[in-house]
Design a protein around this ligand. Structure first.
Ligand code: 4NP
Length: 157
């Protein structure tokens, strides 16, 4: 498998996408895969902020530190800078594709849960107004999707 650059995208870039980045980064490191990761938000409300403390706590319960991550807004240039752009939900995907420079580049954007076809939900629910159980649910979905994604990339680049 060649080197891959993967961007994880949600709305605020303080809950779901930094959690997804943390899960993917940890799994890629464990497997020694040549993958670089980043995350971004379709809104800029939280630009510059560290992940939400509840997202950090959920990740820490699973042994993963995401305290180094900082929110930034998604931009059209991300379509050229990354090989794969994974949206957390259908709204994020639509907002990203609207910014795509052309139709071919727009195809780089997918739903992260496209990689977890056996899971009943296609979108990762926004946990911002929820509680610890919602953050745990998000973690479980991301763990399943990222595990499958790395299996796919290992099998056929
Ligand atoms: P995220 O969660 O998209 O998973 O980072 C949210 C964080 C903040 C807001 C919405 C969702 N907000 O409206 O401030």
């Amino acid at each position: 498998m060649g080197p891959k650059k993967i961007l994880l995208v949600c709305l605020g870039n303080i809950c779901r996408s930094p959690m997804a980045e943390g899960v993917l980064r940890a799994k890629a490191m464990e497997r020694r895969l040549p993958i670089t990761t980043d995350s971004a938000g379709t809104s800029s409300y939280h630009a510059g902020e560290a992940p939400d403390h509840r997202a950090q706590a959920a990740m820490r319960r699973h042994g993963i530190d995401i305290s180094d991550l900082r929110a930034r807004p998604f931009t059209a240039q991300d379509f050229e800078r990354f090989d794969l752009l994974l949206a957390m939900d259908a709204d994020n995907l639509r907002d990203m594709r609207k910014q795509a420079p052309n139709a071919a580049l727009a195809q780089k954007a997918q739903l992260i849960m496209d990689h977890a076809p056996l899971h009943p939900e296609r979108s990762v629910p926004d946990p911002y107004y929820g509680g610890d159980l919602d953050f745990e649910h998000v973690y479980g979905m991301l763990d399943e999707a990222c595990e499958n994604l790395l299996n796919e990339l290992s099998a056929h680049g």
